[in-house]
Ligand binder design. Structure first.
Ligand code: ADP
Ligand code: MG
Length: 240
């Protein structure tokens, strides 16, 4: 079973539940006026393809002073002198089709490197099965990057929270609860859905945010963890 990968559609489904709505960074379909409006409200925003993955084609925009904007993607940065020039850039890049614009979160950091958390939530076959957290790890951004990835080896969440001096087991439990609630909501919408790998952010104020849920999450990072119990549990849930 394949569920369409669409960050905008998913945002709509999750936002429906009030306890989840407060965990979602404000998101709009990217258009000239939504971008303008968001940049009036927030100093930084992120543009993401609705069907993206692996951090591909993500663009960060930061308002410098009253007028200028710095646009940054994987390997380059350009500056737009004012809103008109920014909107011209938007038109030229063709990004308005199939992109979302989202408030930028101030991710907690480990030695100046932002990190976020992957939380795996699964349910067994059968109509009355409940959603359970079966694994988690933290992804740390490469030096100088804003997008986290696991090429730098996944680390246990508790270790990441400790290194960032941001929290302990209680914070992880809270993040797991948020992920479970989000899985329940998605499961209502997609009765055949049995696994979601959530990207969960902890910001500098220790607030927990849902970045996205992946329906076909990469399991390799779990195989790379020293503790193999999560990986085994995940495979067991997939079978049962
Ligand atoms: N609103 C945001 N604020 C801060 N960082 C973000 C935001 N959205 C995404 N990121 C960073 O970019 C990464 C990739 O974003 P995500 O929405 O998961 O897209 P992808 O489908 O490419 O994985 C996240 O794991 C996070 O590190
Ligand atoms: Mg992701």
């Amino acid at each position: 079973m394949l569920i369409e990968k669409d960050k905008w559609l998913q945002y709509g489904i999750l936002r429906h539940e009030p306890s989840l709505a407060v965990r979602l960074p404000e998101t709009q379909l990217l258009e000239k006026n939504t971008l303008t409006k968001m940049l009036l409200q927030y100093q930084s925003v992120v543009l993401k393809p609705r069907d993206g993955s692996y951090g591909r084609d993500i663009v960060f925009i930061r308002r410098n002073d009253a007028k200028a904007y710095r646009i940054q993607n994987e390997n380059n940065t350009v500056t737009m002198r004012d809103t008109d020039q920014l909107l011209e850039w938007l038109e030229q890049t063709n990004k308005s089709d199939g992109y979302i614009v989202q408030k930028l979160l101030q991710l907690a950091q480990i030695k100046h490197r932002p990190f976020d958390i992957r939380i795996m939530v699964q349910r067994k076959k059968g109509p009355s099965s409940t959603w359970n957290v079966t694994g988690s790890y933290a992804k740390v951004a490469a030096r100088g990057y804003q997008v986290t990835n696991v090429n730098n080896r996944p680390i246990p969440v508790l270790k990441a929270l400790k290194l960032a001096r941001i929290g302990d087991r209680r914070l992880l439990v809270k993040a797991e609860q948020v992920a479970r609630l989000a899985a329940i909501r998605l499961g209502e919408h997609y009765p055949m859905l049995r696994q979601v790998g959530f990207d969960i952010a902890v910001d500098k104020k220790r607030r927990i945010w849902i970045i996205e849920g992946n329906y076909q999450p990469d399991l390799r990072p779990f195989r790379l963890m020293k503790d193999s119990s999560m990986h085994r549990r995940i495979l067991w849930y997939k079978k049962n």
